[in-house]
Design a binder for this molecule. Structure first.
Ligand SMILES: [Zn+2]
Length: 391
């Protein structure tokens, strides 16, 4: 029998607020927790309040000079460098404190798994996968994903697999472990040809000591659930089976949704829900049940993020929600009061069918060229046959 899942949440995490009309608005987290609570998903669950991560933990991944710059930026005001003070990464009051708290949340979640207190843990405020060693990028100040992975490697895990389903390439995490054979990073994202940050090609395979441990699946714009799931299943399970991670860490960004304003994949909430269920079974099959789930992108604040991440919380807690279920009436009332013109969905899904045809080794769908390229680049490095659909 599994141990209970750990859920990290504290309203203090809402202080990671890039301000104004920046798309990364913390209301996305607030509305998610409200929806999950009103659904009963969190009934009887002890929400864990994090402490800010110590500098020594943040410096597993980030330069000392960068951490100092983040701490001092609100006082310096402008021209602080390190990617700070840009439209994407504006300086905000208490930036270091709020960003360290996000890292502390992912470390707390990781520590519950490492100690055996929980098999699964989730921090929806985490998933800031673009932050780099010496600079902020893509709304991300500190890379909580990479810090948590590094911490896990020092606390009992010999191998960690990281799967990133955000619409953007998980570049900061890939970079942090590019030449580390203990970490397998797999990112599915919209093609770098058409979306920032312009990396995540199948040819990015890892450094000389870790060839094949960076895996990229760049999908064409307008990819829908069935093609996305076909690509996922054609590449990811075989690699996990071969790699045998001790823990599965996932970045669960939901900016792949058709209605997301920042990108052009066409997934649905039903597709997100299905993805979480697949990640859960992969953790059970290939990572001893150990699953650290983090948030990420997602900018359709009212119609998408709360539903998708309520499904994420529910999946982590084995309290799966029927996509045909109605939205909690109290939640709807509250959002209508705050955003009277918003058109809200009626149900917990988008009514989309997530059935897909498994890849069979032939080229029959547009996504199959991506599948072929990704498998040919990486499978031989793991002793797998790229042309055999059984591998
Ligand atoms: Zn994203």
């Amino acid at each position: 029998m599994g141990t209970p899942a750990a859920v990290v949440w504290d309203p203090a995490l809402l202080a990671y607020d890039l301000g104004g009309d920046h798309p990364f608005n913390p209301v996305r987290l607030e509305l998610t927790i409200a929806m999950a609570t009103q659904f009963g998903v969190l009934d009887g669950v002890d929400l864990l309040s994090p402490e800010p991560a110590a500098d020594t933990e943040i410096e597993r991944i980030h330069d000392v000079a960068y951490v100092s710059a983040v701490r001092e930026a609100p006082m310096v005001g402008w021209d602080v460098g390190h990617g700070l003070g840009t439209p994407d990464n504006p300086v905000f009051s208490q930036m270091h404190e709020a960003s360290s708290l996000v890292v502390g949340g992912s470390l707390l979640a990781a520590s519950k798994i490492a100690s055996g207190a929980a098999n699964r843990a989730v921090n929806i405020a985490g998933g800031l996968h673009h932050a780099m060693r010496d600079h902020a990028a893509g709304f991300c100040v500190y890379n909580d994903c990479a810090v948590a992975i590094s911490w896990l490697l020092d606390n009992g895990a010999e191998r960690v697999a990281y799967i990133d389903v955000d619409v953007h390439h998980g570049d900061g995490v890939q970079q942090a472990f590019y030449d580390d054979p203990r970490v397998l990073t797999i990112s599915l994202h919209q093609s770098p040809m058409t979306l920032w940050p312009g990396t995540g090609r199948v040819t990015e395979l890892g450094g000389p000591n870790a060839q094949g441990t960076s895996v990229n699946i760049p999908l064409p714009a307008h990819t829908r659930d069935p093609a996305w799931l076909r690509a996922f299943h054609a590449v990811v399970p075989s690699l996990l089976k071969e790699f045998q991670p001790d823990v599965l860490v996932t970045q669960c960004g939901v900016d792949t949704h058709e209605e997301d304003p920042l990108a052009d994949l066409y997934l649905s909430v039903d597709g997100h829900r299905e993805t979480y269920r697949v990640l859960r079974s992969l953790a059970e099959e290939h990572a001893g049940g150990k699953w650290l789930a983090l948030g990420g992108g997602g900018y359709q604040l009212l119609r998408v993020v709360p539903r998708s991440w309520t499904h994420l919380l529910a999946t982590v807690l084995d309290r799966d929600i029927d996509p045909a279920a109605s939205l909690p009436p109290e939640w709807v009332k509250d959002v209508q009061r705050r955003a009277p013109t918003a058109l809200l969905p009626r149900t917990m899904g988008d009514g989309k069918d997530t059935a897909y045809e498994p890849w069979d080794g032939t080229d029959t769908q547009p996504v199959d060229s991506v599948i072929r390229d990704a498998r040919h680049a990486v499978f031989p490095l793991h002793g797998l046959d790229p042309d055999d659909p059984r591998d």
